[in-house]
Write a protein that binds this ligand. Structure first.
Ligand code: FAD
Length: 514
């Protein structure tokens, strides 16, 4: 039978884990997408627990490639995880906390792996941070059932992914929010009035010295520090160096330099006034709490008012929180269903070539091609351009948004199911408070507005690098046929005005018929 206190606990900062009568065995922290020591709720709680009986804290990470493949995780993102895992191991080593790394051949084998570690390493308490996706929640329920069937084993699942745990935020009628602005208002009021939401938890304390001898073979083993992918590995290391320290330095630099102008610069992809922190947030090397707490501190402890740049940046992080809430309360969104059921009736094109041209960056629309080539080269795309390419795939090419969503997940270093799904459904007009169906980005006008000199296009579409700022956004219509042919660049794959009308007509049809 499980000891008192077994089961799920919500780990708010103020709550300490329930104390067992006697702690006689070790404590396990199972890391997943939370590869950090600082402000990690489950790790902190595990560390506190291990000190109760002066026992050892042991860490676990399971390399589960099949599971990641099934979830469309990009190889470049897995590589980033592995590089961060190696850094995490270095930090844990310094604290004499052994990091056990296991490989799961199948997603189902995860349960027996955790069970095996618990038995072999004499564990009484297992801690992890709750994940929000449906499959991961199912996996965790399976593992928990198996562990609770072991004698005197306690599982403690902590809320860590969101600043306010999704179950704690609701409308006045007790329903989950499905529109961003009221969510943001309530979220901000709750955070302003309950400062504990933004309190950061301490790093774990070191194990007793003898742990080094006891687990010498684990300390001597090395963590995988890369994963095969098709991009330039050196460039990726340079663009996204691994480690908590780097992430914090980036956050600090961003807040000191770019953040105050973020509201003015964030939409211009060449300047990139954004933080580039998404890969770190996605791998859990940094928490949303840490980002918002730091930005709030830089903004005189304000969230909704104050410096325009800082509050706009905080607002973007609240979007991240919002999409996590949507995922938890409306899990259909990550099960191949649109948030707006009516949009299931849209008759998408079956033309595979359109999707291929889009994914290769050969649509003949320079801003779209630049975005897709940026993604294919560095596993990242600027937010404004994500919106443009997504809107183009769905509303100009008439391709089901789910194909684009999957392509992004397969290729993004910051792929995040909740934000990616939310972003795609927003652009496709199938989501929560989505862009209305009749508002369709004109890719040429977007390009002229947000890349006025064409520098972003020149960087990623070298065929166009000699064109001036008048020609570069729409070379097919601004150059003579002869000059255009010399570029070796694609002719526009569709006519924007025709496509726009077709999409709007299809939306009107589904509204009339359903
Ligand atoms: P900053 O502008 O510095 O913003 C700071 C942080 O706020 C980001 O790192 C991110 O965590 C969060 N954020 C910013 N904008 C959004 C947003 N619109 N929705 C949710 N969170 C946001 N973001 C991902 O992290 N992973 C994805 O897979 C992803 N897919 C997207 C797909 C589409 C079609 C669209 C339109 C957006 C997507 N986003 C995704 C949101 C956004 O594009 C990225 O978070 C942002 O570009 C990351 O760059 P940054 O860290 O410099 O962002």
């Amino acid at each position: 039978a499980a000891v008192p206190g077994a089961g799920v606990v919500s780990m708010g900062m103020k709550k300490e884990p329930p104390k067992p009568a006697v702690v006689t065995r070790n404590v396990l922290m199972w890391f997943r997408t939370d590869l950090r020591l600082k402000d990690n709720h489950a790790l902190h709680a595990a560390s506190v627990r291990s000190k109760v009986g002066n026992r050892n804290l042991i860490a676990l990470f399971i390399v589960s490639e099949k599971e990641w493949e099934q979830h469309d995780e990009a190889p470049i993102k897995i590589d980033f995880w592995m590089r961060n895992l190696a850094k995490l191991k270095e930090s844990l080593d310094k604290l004499a906390i052994p990091l056990v790394i296991k490989r799961a051949e199948t997603p189902e084998s995860v349960t027996s792996i955790v069970e095996g570690v618990v038995k072999d390493m004499d564990i009484s308490h297992v801690f992890w941070n709750a994940e929000l996706m449906v499959d991961e929640r199912r996996r965790d329920r399976r593992v928990k059932r198996a562990l609770l069937a072991l004698p005197n084993t306690v599982v403690e699942e902590c809320d860590d992914q969101c600043v306010i745990p999704p179950k704690e935020i609701a409308t006045k009628t007790g329903n989950p929010y499905s529109v961003f602005t009221p969510f943001r208002n309530t979220w901000s009021t709750m955070v302003e009035t309950n400062p504990h939401f933004l309190e950061l938890s301490d790093e774990p304390t070191a194990n007793p010295d003898e742990a080094k001898k006891l687990y010498a073979d684990i300390f001597a083993s090395s963590a995988p520090n890369s994963h095969p992918h098709n991009l330039d590995a050196e460039l990726m290391e340079e663009l996204y160096p691994a480690g908590e320290e780097t992430a914090h330095l980036r956050l600090k630099d961003f807040l000191a330099e770019k953040a105050k102008q973020y509201h003015e610069t964030r939409d211009f992809p060449y300047e990139n006034g954004c933080s580039s922190l998404s890969p770190y947030l996605s791998a859990g090397v940094l928490s949303t709490r840490q980002c918002i707490a730091a930005a709030r501190a830089a903004n005189n402890n304000k969230i909704m008012v104050g410096n325009d740049g800082l509050r706009t940046w905080i607002k973007e992080l609240i979007w991240r929180e919002f999409y996590r809430n949507i995922l938890v309360h409306f899990p259909r969104v990550c099960m191949n269903k649109p948030f707006q059921p009516i949009t299931e009736h849209i008759r998408w094109t079956a033309d595979q070539r359109r999707f291929q041209m889009w994914s290769q960056g050969k649509t003949g629309y320079p801003i779209v091609d630049a975005g897709m080539r940026q993604l294919n080269t560095i596993g990242y795309m600027h937010n404004r351009v994500r919106m443009i390419v997504a809107c183009f795939l769905v509303k100009d090419l008439f391709v089901n948004w789910q194909k684009g969503e999957k392509y992004f997940m397969n290729n993004l270093i910051d792929g995040d199911l909740a934000s990616n799904n939310g972003g795609w459904q927003w652009c496709a007009s199938t989501g929560t408070d989505a862009q209305p169906y009749f508002r369709i980005f004109n890719p040429v006008l977007q390009s002229q507005r947000f890349d006025p000199n064409g520098d972003y296009i020149r960087k990623w579409v070298p065929e166009l690098k000699h064109l001036n700022e008048k020609q570069i956004h729409d070379p097919y219509h601004t150059l003579s046929a002869k000059d255009f042919a010399k570029l070796g660049y694609s002719k526009p794959i569709v006519d924007h005005a025709d496509s726009k009308k077709k999409f709007q007509d299809e939306f009107k049809r589904i509204i009339a018929e359903h």
